[in-house]
Design a protein. Structure first.
Length: 363
């Protein structure tokens, strides 16, 4: 199929493009700044278009440049930015209308769970509004996948867990940190996303999750076990989730608005309300990953590589956010970028002019 990926430069989008190419699809990657796409390992294997979802004329021009499309993946969001809720809804409406006029067959969207009690944080409410906006009368059929925390090095949710665990000698445990949650590994999330392009998955919404219900505190301690970092947890039932969101923005290097908005979502249970996706999509080889295994793979990430060269999709890619990977990884990346790469360039030039092959060999 010919597939357009909106949000190709994001954590999920970059890995999804890799999977779609491996499956033999003709992929078009979109960005407001197409030059950003050049840093991805799969750049030479995709077509690219300029597209700003906030501008309806840009969306129409981008879809026209992309040619006839079977599927559009919608993976863009403005969380962490001012007025993100309004902007997200406008962007979704623009894409839905342009896709309808362009006769796109299907839109696949990844959003968040809708809690059983119907109470939503602003972040989850926005994700729900986007799903409704994409479902336009007379437009493409919509497959709306809904997930909670995605486990993988570089994922914002996982990096929140990493930094809170690494930087705090004592882990505060407010009452809402034990709200039930159904996380999913990034491998399994990409598995379901790729399958959703096919007609074997009927239009509708589907919750996607791993093998077990957990909680944010359980995820924290799963990380601590995998990273062999002993910590003490202290129960602090009186911490308001809004205060925790503000403080988290100060503790972790993740952009403060993004960190705050994500933490505020923890005030509600994030569990799957149905499991019908498994009626239409077989489990990946070996079955869905447990939380423990997904966390272990993420913690074991080596130095970042191009996203299409990762030995394990849970590992950190060189196009993931610069703040991802933990403090030690950030130091290693800084040394590599500021010392090793310049030295390699100098030595490489020396080799080219003097033939110092033995010197080059030490690098």
């Amino acid at each position: 199929m010919r597939i357009l990926v909106l949000g190709a430069t994001g954590y999920i989008g970059a890995r999804l493009v890799t999977k779609l190419l491996a499956d033999g699809h003709d992929v078009v990657a979109a960005s407001r700044n197409p030059n950003r796409l050049r840093q991805f390992g799969w750049f030479a294997d995709v077509s690219t278009v300029k597209l700003d979802a906030m501008d309806i004329d840009s969306v129409r021009a981008g879809l026209s440049a992309a040619g006839q499309l079977d599927v559009v993946y919608y993976l863009v969001h403005a969380i962490g930015q001012k007025n993100f809720r309004r902007d997200d809804e406008v962007a979704a409406q623009n894409v839905a209308r342009a896709a309808r006029d362009h006769q796109v067959g299907r839109i696949v969207y990844l959003g968040g769970f809708v809690p059983h009690d119907g109470e939503l944080s602003e972040h989850l409410e926005s994700r729900s509004e986007v799903g409704r906006a994409l479902d336009t009368d007379g437009g493409p059929e919509l497959v709306w996948l809904r997930a909670a925390v995605v486990i993988g090095a570089g994922s914002t949710s996982f990096e929140m867990v990493r930094y809170m665990s690494d930087r705090l000698a004592v882990i505060p445990l407010p009452s809402w940190i034990d709200n039930p949650m159904d996380p999913i590994s990034v491998r399994d999330a990409i598995h379901y996303l790729a399958a959703a392009a096919f007609e074997t998955v009927p239009p509708g919404y589907y919750d996607i999750a791993g093998t077990e219900t957990s909680s944010y505190s359980s995820l924290l301690f799963a990380y601590l076990r995998a990273s062999r970092s002993p910590r003490i947890g202290v129960v602090l039932p009186g911490i308001d989730v809004r205060l925790a969101g503000f403080l988290s923005g100060l503790v972790v290097p993740i952009p403060s608005g993004l960190a705050s908005d994500l933490v505020r979502s923890l005030d509600h249970p994030m569990t799957a309300s149905e499991n019908t996706i498994r009626d239409h999509v077989p489990d990946p080889p070996g079955g869905l990953l447990t939380i423990r295994e997904a966390v272990r793979r993420s913690v074991d990430s080596p130095m970042p590589k191009p996203v299409d060269e990762l030995a394990d999709i849970h590992h950190l890619a060189d196009t993931d956010p610069s703040w991802a990977g933990g403090d030690l990884m950030r130091v290693k990346r800084g040394v590599r970028n500021r010392v090793v790469k310049p030295v390699r360039s100098v030595v490489g030039a020396a080799v080219a002019t003097t033939g110092l092959y033995k010197l080059w060999g030490i690098f």
